[in-house]
Design a protein around this ligand. Structure first.
Ligand SMILES: C[S@@+](CC[C@H](N)C(=O)[O-])C[C@H]1O[C@@H](n2cnc3c(N)ncnc32)[C@H](O)[C@@H]1O
Length: 261
């Protein structure tokens, strides 16, 4: 897939590792610019992190990077079991349950699920989003209080539709949060979401993900939905947990891998 409908280049600050910059530009198949351009999308590698910016747009002055150590992110980790998502994903009688986060995005939900004890295997189909997430995970692995959580997480840049039918290990839970909210320029949509929406989010219809996930016969498939949104693919869940803004639809499965005929 293309990574962005806007021109996208990588620029590395003088203080960042040149080999890493070259490797990233090659992996993402984007130009490595000697200087930031006047406009377009910029992936900027600094000595601290990898960030995404839109240049030449005063309405979007900020940068987006993944930081699991932000106070808001750390607060969410204090009592992971109290979050609606972890309650929806919870399974009994599994020592180190495996959860597949099939639409990882920036990994916020995945990190919370790993903090609650899951081993989390993440698929993210947009290579730029995956690069931002991978960068955040590498930094989390170096922070003493977050290292154990990051160690339970694995990221693969791939379309989950290709990977779900061929999993090496039967997962306990599959989690799906495939859709960004509607494109909107209102102030309500946070800057980081607006930046993400500039990347190519094209993928197969999200209901295909649910259908592929249900075939795996995990103990549960959990789908994040807008509170009043319709059921994904019109499939009625076993039950739903409702929060203030979102709902988690839970589809209970047999938990037993089907033998191929
Ligand atoms: C709403 S975001 C997920 C946000 C995530 N739950 C978080 O906490 O940061 C949806 C992500 O799913 C990815 N995605 C959509 N369909 C996918 C697929 N079939 N395979 C892998 N990733 C997919 C998109 O590229 C996007 O980054």
């Amino acid at each position: 897939m293309s990574v962005s409908p806007l021109p996208l280049v990588l620029h590395a600050d003088g203080s960042s590792a040149p080999d890493r910059a070259l490797g990233l530009a090659q992996a993402l198949n984007i130009p490595l610019a000697a200087a930031p351009p006047a406009e377009g999308l910029l992936l900027r590698l600094t000595s601290e992190h990898l960030e995404l910016r839109k240049l030449g747009d005063p309405a979007l002055p900020g940068a987006l990077w993944v930081d699991f150590n932000r106070p808001a992110a750390r607060r969410r980790l204090l009592h992971p079991g109290e979050e609606l998502l972890t309650q929806a994903a919870k399974v009994r009688n599994a020592a180190q349950p495996l959860l597949i986060d099939a639409a990882a995005g920036l990994g916020r939900d995945g990190f919370l699920l790993a903090a609650s004890g899951f081993r989390v295997l993440m698929f993210e189909c947009n290579p730029v989003v995956a690069a931002l997430l991978s960068d955040g995970l590498q930094r989390a692995a170096r922070i003493v209080e977050l290292a154990d959580i990051a160690a339970r997480m694995r990221l693969t840049t791939a379309n989950a539709l290709d990977r779900l039918p061929a999993l090496a290990e039967q997962p306990d839970v599959i989690y799906l949060d495939p859709m960004f909210p509607e494109r909107s320029k209102t102030a309500k949509v946070k800057q980081d979401l607006q930046l993400l929406q500039l990347l190519d989010q094209k993928s197969e219809p999200p209901e295909q993900l649910l259908f592929a996930a249900l075939k795996v016969q995990a103990k549960k498939v959990v789908v994040k939905r807008p509170l009043k949104g319709p059921f994904l693919g019109e499939r009625v869940p076993s039950y739903s947990l409702r929060g203030k803004a979102v709902r988690f639809d839970v589809y209970v499965g047999s938990g037993k891998k089907r033998e191929s005929p």
